[in-house]
Design a protein. Sequence first.
Length: 479
Amino acid sequence: MSRSTGARVLLVSINRERQPYPVVPNGLAAVASALDEAGHEVRLLDLCFEKHPATAAASATVSFKPEIIGVSVRNIDNSDAIALRHYTPEAREVLAALRRAAPAAKVIAGGAAFGVAPEALFRDLGVDYAVAGDGERASVALVNALSDGVAVGSLPGVVRDRAGTVVFTPPGEDADLDSLPSPALHRWIDLARYQRHGATIPIQTKRGCVYKCVYCTYRNVEGWGYRTRDPARVADEIAELKREAGVTHFDFVDSTFNSPPGHAIGVCEAIIGRKLNVHLDTTNFTPAAAPAELLAAMKRAGFRSLGITAESASDAVLERLEKGFSAAKVREVAARVEKTGIRTLWIFLVGGPGETPATMEETLAFAKWRLERGDAVYLTVGLRIYPGTTLHRIAIAEGIVAEGDSLLDPRFYFSGALQFDVAVARLRRFAADHPRFMFSADSRSAVLPYLTRAASLLRLPRPHWRYMGVFQRVARAVG
């Protein structure tokens, strides 16, 4: 990837969502490291904590005078039917400020959102180019071409305009992740500030997914199948961040950390072998692959808690969601994890295909069992419909969305067998009896980020969801 000359590239992370806690822009840091290694002069601007993001973006642009600007759009919206927040209007505002500050610069957009809806977002945001898939490869190839003044052509993973037609060349993901440079998060991002606001530091051990969950976009963003990293390189990255930035709490952000279990065990053993003495977490753990030997390795490596994406405790719903496991498996894994001594945040969806009042009660019965055993529960009402997913096809067939709908304006699936207001009222009654039960909408409380930050400043042990009951009571009292 080395080059003798390069361009000045300003990378801008637009994501400013901080509820319930901010998310470190791991992907943009990876792109920054790749462009830096390719010989370009790179600056990364993170707008997460800026009060006036458009003004900050314009100021950085005037100061740096970039020839190319790369903007990362993490999400289209927050996927919450009760407390919806749409992010693309703010992205448009920042892009307009960047355009005014550097009218001659080429503007490239990317981020996970472009893996979900690359062509529609390209049209909506009006950028010169967009990248989807592995940003490190597509961004470097595109910036190299623009810097050298050569035709972009049909570069894999690049969206462009060709004579008024939006053209997207699929990325064709490379299986070799170990050839990519380390994200080196500490070089580009103020990690201490993120940690003060309750964030954990992301680590990725693989890309892609083999599961067929009807609502999920991971296969669109990262591809089908697993592309794994060498466990030793994962341990090296953790060791580097601990040494260079003092980070001791890490969050594995794979689509499913524990699948395939053999690779997850290898990662845990590499960490154990390095004697890193770190706290590990993940909220992407599937009940489909949880053997006792993996859980034991996770405990030895530094897991004290994890989030399990069960989504439902009803066979009828799990089958329609195509989760790849049964309700009996969920109960079996719950008992196995508890025996290991790892506390769990259970993550559920209510309102998907096949959901009825009876299936919802099955999930609540399971939730009650786990809450009484000391776990916590996080529940989302309704499923955001994303383009290209099986849920999208179901929604079209059921007349919920039109076939030509770009879905940039959020649309939600909610089972016709449930009445939305009645279901929400039932869930709120359940929440009133169980303080560690949280709606996704509750996590949007204006008070919660302050409570999370206070917990961080007081150095309370993580994850902070273990204090959900206290947080809920304080937030409701203040509200």
